[in-house]
Unconditional design. Structure first.
Length: 94
């Protein structure tokens, strides 16, 4: 079954990959990142990083756990606050 172009969440096909990810993650690849590692290295909490980036702690948690990809602006804000660049913060396996 094909994805609905207007609402990709309506996709009802199955994933051919292993690894326990959802079909949604298979269709819309979520980037791996080093946010948690870098955040801990500069000794700030999720809440402090969230405050610096004007988002919720839950948003930082979701990004760290690869459940959500940030907007481009948020990616730049995260990189700035973690003293790195976007290309070093996010990793693509594809």
């Amino acid at each position: 079954m094909k994805k609905n172009k207007k609402n990709p969440a309506n996709y009802s096909g199955s994933c051919n990959h292993s690894g326990g990810h959802s079909t949604w993650n298979c269709i819309f690849y979520l980037m791996k990142n080093k946010i948690k590692e870098l955040r801990k290295s500069i000794k700030i909490s999720q809440q402090e990083l969230a405050d610096r980036c004007n988002v919720t702690r839950q948003t930082i948690n979701a990004i760290e756990n690869e459940k959500y990809d940030p907007s481009l602006q948020l990616a730049f804000d995260l990189a700035k606050n973690l003293n790195t660049t976007v290309d070093k913060l996010f990793i693509s396996d594809k």
